[in-house]
Design a protein around this ligand. Structure first.
Ligand SMILES: Cc1cc2nc3c(=O)[nH]c(=O)nc-3n(C[C@H](O)[C@H](O)[C@H](O)COP(=O)(O)OP(=O)(O)OC[C@H]3O[C@@H](n4cnc5c(N)ncnc54)[C@H](O)[C@@H]3O)c2cc1C
Length: 366
C-alpha cells in the first residue's frame, strides 16, 4: 500500500491549481486522474474566458473567488508566458426593456469590487464594434481570454517542479476512513493510504463524496449535469471584444455569447439544458435557437454556422432551483477531517482556479 500525505483526486484546472499551491508547502502531494492526461473533461470544454465577477450575488464564493481569481490568473499567465489577452467585453441591451437589467449588473459588479466598467451609448458601440447591434452596452475591461490547455500544462509543470506527482489512468473506486487517514482504492487494484484527500473531480465530485460516506441527498449536494454546445462561424472577423447578451434570468447560464479565441476566430455558445447521461455527442437540433439568439446582436448567415464543441456543467442548481454557490468544505463536521470536497465548480471555475487553491490551502488542517 502506497502512503501519501495529500491525495488530490482529479487533474482538471482546479486539481492542478491545488497541486501547484500545496506542493509549495508540503513534500508529499500526489494527483490521481482517471484519464490518460489532464483536463479531458470540463476544463477543456469551456469558453476560456477570464471573468470579472459582475454576475454573482454579493459575498458568495463565486463572487469573491472570481474577483481574486482573475487577478491571480492574469499575474500567473503574465509571469509564466501562458497565452492570454485582456480583450474586454460588452454586455449588450438590444431593446429598451433590457436597459434596467444592464444597470443592475453594473451596480452588482461594483458591489463585488469589479473596476473599470462603464455604460457605452449606441453611437460609440457602432464605432468600437461596427458589426454589433445594440442600443446600450456595459463595457467590462477586466474580462479576457486564456489558453486553458497552456495554463494546465504550466500548472502541472510547476507542481512537478515542486516534486508533486501526477499519475494518470488511476480511477478512484472506493474510499474508506480508517483512524486518522483514508484508504483509497483504484480500478487497477492499487491502494493508497492518504492523510488528506481533496476531491476535485468536477462532474463526479458528488459520487466521490458519497464514496467516503457523505449522504449527498441529505446534504443537498447532488449534482445536475447541464450541457452547453458551441457553434463557430469562420466568416466573421474583426470583432475585438467578447459580446454577451443579458444573462438568463434564472441564473442557469450567461446566454449564448460571442467569444473570440487567441487567433481571433469567432465561436458562439454555450446554450444550456439539463441531461441525465454524460454524452459529448452533438447534432444540429438547437441550431435554430442559436440563430435566433445570435441574430439579436449580430447578423450572420445560417449556412456559416457550424457545430463546434460542447461541455457539461457540474451544477448544484437543479432545473427549478435558485442560485447555488460553489461548495468548498473541509468535512470535519461530517466526521471526515482533512477530507475537502469541491462540488458544483461550474463557471467561473476556470477564472477562480488559483483563488480556489488558496482557499483549499487554508482549509487543510496540519
Ligand atoms: C460550457 C462551459 C463553459 C464554461 N466557460 C467558462 C469560462 O468561460 N470561464 C470560466 O471561468 N469557467 C468556465 N466554465 C467552468 C470551468 O470550465 C470549470 O469550472 C472548470 O473547468 C472545472 O475544473 P475542475 O478541475 O473542477 O473539473 P474537471 O476539468 O472536470 O476535472 C475533474 C477531473 O477529475 C477526474 N476524475 C473524475 N472522477 C475521477 C475518479 N473517480 N478518479 C480519478 N479521477 C477522476 C476527471 O477525469 C477530470 O479530469 C465553463 C464550463 C462549461 C461546462
Amino acid at each position: 500500500m502506497e502512503k501519501v500525505e495529500i491525495l488530490i483526486i482529479g487533474a482538471g484546472v482546479v486539481g492542478l491549481s491545488i497541486a501547484k499551491k500545496l506542493s509549495e508547502k508540503f513534500d508529499d502531494v500526489v494527483v490521481v486522474e482517471r484519464e490518460e492526461s489532464f483536463g479531458r473533461h470540463t476544463s477543456s470544454r469551456n469558453s476560456e474566458v477570464i471573468h470579472s465577477g459582475i454576475y454573482y450575488p454579493q459575498n458568495t464564493l463565486k463572487a469573491k473567488l472570481c474577483v481574486r481569481g482573475a487577478d491571480l490568473l492574469y499575474d500567473f499567465a503574465r509571469e509564466n508566458n501562458v497565452k492570454h489577452e485582456q480583450c474586454g467585453k460588452f454586455i449588450v441591451a438590444t431593446s429598451t426593456e433590457e436597459i434596467p437589467e444592464l444597470e443592475k449588473l453594473q451596480q452588482n459588479g461594483e458591489l463585488n469590487g469589479v473596476k473599470n466598467m462603464r455604460i457605452v451609448e449606441k453611437e460609440e458601440i457602432r464605432e468600437m464594434e461596427p458589426q454589433i447591434h445594440a442600443i446600450k452596452a456595459l463595457e467590462v475591461k477586466k474580462t479576457g481570454i486564456i489558453d486553458t490547455h497552456g495554463l494546465m500544462r504550466m500548472l502541472a509543470e510547476k507542481a512537478e517542479e515542486n516534486d508533486a506527482f501526477i499519475v494518470y489512468k488511476m480511477e478512484v473506486t472506493k474510499i474508506e476512513k480508517k483512524d486518522d487517514s483514508y484508504i483509497v482504492q483504484f480500478s487497477n487494484g492499487e491502494i493508497f493510504q492518504a492523510q488528506a484527500v481533496i476531491n476535485s473531480t468536477g462532474l463526479f465530485s458528488d459520487e466521490i463524496a458519497k464514496m467516503v460516506g457523505i449522504d449527498i441527498q441529505k446534504a443537498n449536494l447532488k449534482l445536475h449535469w447541464c450541457k452547453g454546445e458551441y457553434y463557430k462561424d469562420n466568416h466573421i472577423s474583426g470583432v475585438k471584444r467578447l459580446i454577451y447578451p443579458l444573462p438568463d434570468p434564472k441564473g442557469i447560464s450567461l446566454g449564448i455569447h460571442l467569444t473570440i479565441n487567441l487567433n481571433g476566430e469567432v465561436r458562439f455558445g454555450p446554450n444550456a439544458y439539463y441531461i441525465d447521461e454524460l454524452d459529448y455527442k452533438m447534432d444540429e437540433t438547437n441550431k435554430k435557437d442559436f440563430l435566433q439568439a445570435i441574430q439579436r446582436y449580430i447578423t450572420i448567415e445560417k449556412d456559416h454556422l457550424h457545430l463546434d464543441d460542447c461541455g457539461i456543467r457540474p451544477k448544484l442548481q437543479g432545473p427549478n432551483d435558485d442560485f447555488r454557490d460553489f461548495y468548498i468544505k473541509e468535512e470535519s463536521t461530517k466526521g471526515f477531517p482533512n477530507f475537502i470536497n469541491l462540488i458544483g465548480i461550474e463557471s467561473p471555475g476556470l477564472t477562480c482556479c488559483l483563488a480556489i487553491a488558496e482557499k483549499v490551502a487554508l482549509l487543510l488542517k496540519r
